[in-house]
Ligand binder design. Structure first.
Ligand SMILES: Cc1cc2nc3c(=O)[nH]c(=O)nc-3n(C[C@H](O)[C@H](O)[C@H](O)COP(=O)(O)OP(=O)(O)OC[C@H]3O[C@@H](n4cnc5c(N)ncnc54)[C@H](O)[C@@H]3O)c2cc1C
Length: 424
């Protein structure tokens, strides 16, 4: 029996993959609902997503969508939609081709010339941050106007605090960058047509997790917080839940956030507990807005130095055909103070800054708070970490944050567990 703690997308996809492989498992979830940070709601007939807004369709996700019979519910993001960066109070289109790069008004002529030095620069050092690396390669202007906001926006993080080896290195590998990033860009590796398409679902991202839950419903216990983890017999483990039930397992997979996983490992692996507690999370504010008109595009990130609290806005309206919905992100590592403000004030700031950037007035639909692993310098805590035999982490702080990464990790672990080996 495999015991899985947490029914977010990692726990649910691992359950689905184990089911396909005929491996017995049980998922214990503390909340009354599955999906974890993936949560969709309806407000005044509009679909709002309170976690991820969309996912890239890798072959694994395409297979899952097919096997769950979700094809009809898929809403695809048009690949040609422009993405913008707000700089100097104006939205400017992000270049994805060599021609666009020559024409872009996000960089001065000097800033563009500076890019040409990149192929002559060396690769990253183990102790180099993403910020220092990108400035060294492309110059400060390209970093602050383009690369910093776009890359940091993925994590709500400050690239100046993230090591390349923990984050950007894997992204570059994914884009097929071997030596020069500029060269890969000119070859078209960054063209959005080259990337797997991005999608959501008619009822929001929760359509995916709801369907995954449905398929393995009898193996998932909701309202079952795991409170303790102890050794059982020889090499097995016992998971104890809040209501006094216990589950005996040969392997335990922890998919819950770092602080919760640390708590469960306190008695059995105090060294691991101490490491997990050192990982920092970025706290984010999400403000859903109903805009008074349709803006054409994916949305925008805010360049450094604009003096705004908004970090970026997703235009769900045109990206996902979601009526008049726009989702603003505030806070994160570069503005932790935003989280101290009241919801009403945050909603008003998001509305005002959105109006200033786009000229489109809006009404606040919802204000929420969430958090994501920062993947910053604190990730050195995981260097050389080993887990007790039979305990596995499958989490967005141990492997990639995005949904494709979560599914890839779940599938890899399902293969390891079904082969009866101990894996990592
Ligand atoms: C705001 C935001 C925007 C994002 N945007 C995107 C995006 O656009 N595209 C993309 O690909 N990715 C995006 N991501 C990343 C991606 O959504 C997450 O990494 C992924 O959904 C995390 O899933 P998980 O199952 O690993 O963890 P979680 O969703 O955190 O699930 C963990 C589960 O464990 C449960 N749990 C906690 N403690 C216990 C306990 N003691 N016992 C039992 N259960 C417990 C929790 O209730 C939860 O259900 C975003 C994330 C956030 C937060």
């Amino acid at each position: 029996m495999i015991g899985i703690v947490g029914a977010g997308i990692t726990g649910l996809s691992l359950g689905n993959f184990l089911e396909e492989r005929g491996v017995p498992f049980r998922i214990l979830e503390s909340s009354s609902r599955a999906g974890g940070v993936i949560r969709s709601s309806r407000v005044e007939g509009r679909v709002l997503d309170h976690g991820p807004q969309r996912t890239r369709v890798t072959p694994t996700i395409a297979g899952l969508i097919r096997s769950l019979g979700l094809e009809e519910q898929v809403v695809s993001v048009p690949p040609e939609l422009p993405l913008f960066v707000l700089r100097g109070g104006r939205l400017r289109r992000v270049p994805f081709t060599a021609q666009d790069l020559l024409r872009t008004d996000l960089l001065s002529p000097g800033g563009k010339l500076r890019l040409l030095r990149e192929p002559l620069t060396r690769g990253f050092d183990p102790q180099e941050t993403v910020g220092a690396f990108l400035i060294r390669k492309f110059g400060r202007e390209a970093y602050e106007n383009l690369m910093g906001p776009l890359f940091g926006g993925l994590y709500g993080s400050d690239p100046g605090e993230m090591y390349v080896r923990h984050s950007l290195a894997e992204t570059m590998e994914g884009f097929g960058v071997t030596r020069s990033i500029l060269w890969a860009f000119l070859r078209g590796s960054f063209n959005r047509g080259a990337a797997p398409p991005a999608v959501s679902f008619q009822g929001g991202m929760a359509d995916l997790t709801d369907a995954m839950l449905e398929r393995i419903r009898e193996r998932v216990s909701l309202n079952s917080p795991v409170k303790d983890l102890e050794r059982s017999g020889g090499s097995g483990w016992l998971l104890r839940t809040g209501d006094g039930e216990s589950l005996e397992c040969s392997h335990v997979v922890l998919t819950l956030p770092a602080a919760g996983a640390a708590c469960l490992l306190r008695r059995q692996a105090p060294g691991v507990e101490e490491r997990l507690l050192r990982l920092r999370y970025n706290r984010l504010v999400m403000v859903h807005l109903a805009g008074e008109r349709l803006l054409h595009g994916l949305g925008y990130q805010v360049s450094y130095g604009e003096g705004l609290r908004t970090r970026g806005v997703t235009w769900n309206a045109s990206a996902l055909d979601r009526k008049d919905v726009y989702t603003a992100f505030l806070g994160g590592a570069r503005d932790p103070g935003a989280l101290e403000l009241e919801d009403e004030e945050l909603g008003e700031i998001a509305r005002r800054e959105f109006l200033g950037a786009t000229g489109c007035d809006a009404r606040v639909l919802a204000v929420g708070r969430t958090q994501v692993p920062s993947w910053d310098r604190s990730w050195v805590a995981l260097d050389g970490m080993t887990l007790p035999e039979g305990i596995h982490l499958a989490t967005n702080y141990e492997s990639r944050v995005g949904i494709p990464g979560r599914l890839a990790r779940a599938r890899e672990l399902a293969d390891v567990l079904s082969a009866g080996t101990s894996g990592r």
